[in-house]
Ligand binder design. Structure first.
Ligand SMILES: [Zn+2]
Length: 66
């Protein structure tokens, strides 16, 4: 089995997610590529699970704050 392509893909999407979070933190509007709804950023002080999510839940990125 050759996992090199898989690793490349997941690291690519990891960077994509990081960029998305960065944009949201700057207050930019980011739309979900699946449903075109705007993605909302949830921070720990919002008292919900921190992350970036769209209303429909097809984009659901967990954020971990150390
Ligand atoms: Zn969505």
């Amino acid at each position: 089995m050759d996992f090199s392509n898989l690793n490349k893909q997941s690291s690519k999407s990891f960077h994509k997610q990081k960029n998305l979070i960065k944009q949201l933190m700057k207050g930019q509007l980011v739309k979900c590529p699946h449903c075109q709804q705007s993605i909302k950023l949830y921070l720990p002080e919002d008292k919900v699970k921190p992350g970036a999510r769209c209303d429909k839940g097809c984009t659901d990125i967990d954020l971990e704050f150390a």
